[in-house]
Design a protein around this ligand. Structure first.
Ligand code: ZN
Length: 152
């Protein structure tokens, strides 16, 4: 058995939307796009190690909470940065300028945020396997039964 040393750590892999099992294969089919439908098209299985990207029916149902949490975290980060660099005051509109800039930033980051939410989500369920070349990916065909695809 020989371990394959991953080129990426956990964060680089999840933020870069790579398969959590091998940290190599891309989760998404297309380059990041403002066409949200195209943006969210995933590879059915990891093109490198064969890990299924949807491990059960409705697997990504909870990702809106992740993207919400990311949005809040980013807004706090930009608010703190704004406070240090530009400052905040009740006497002028600097707070409203932050709100506007933050909203535009979040809008531009949306395609990426939606992807990262899924990438983080799957990384909590599928662990990195340094021996992925020797192991078979978990068979999920039973949980992905086509009859149940509409049952959730
Ligand atoms: Zn993989």
């Amino acid at each position: 058995m020989s371990a394959v040393k991953a080129n990426r750590g956990y964060l680089a892999s999840s933020l870069g939307c790579r398969c959590p099992r091998c940290r190599e294969g891309k989760l998404f089919q297309n380059p990041i796009s403002i066409n949200l439908k195209k943006n969210m098209l995933m590879n059915k299985t990891c093109p490198v190690c064969g890990q299924a990207t949807e491990i059960e029916v409705g697997f990504y149902y909870g990702t809106s909470y992740v993207s919400y949490a990311l949005t809040v975290a980013l807004s706090i980060a930009t608010l703190v940065a704004w406070w240090f660099i530009i400052g905040l005051s009740v006497d002028d509109n600097r707070f409203f300028w932050w709100m506007g800039c933050n909203a535009v930033l979040l809008l531009f980051l949306q395609p990426w945020l939606m992807r990262v939410s899924r990438s983080l989500w799957i990384s909590w369920f599928v662990k990195y396997d340094p021996y992925w070349k020797e192991h078979q990916p978990e068979d999920v065909s039973e949980r992905m039964n086509a009859d149940q695809a509409t049952n959730w």
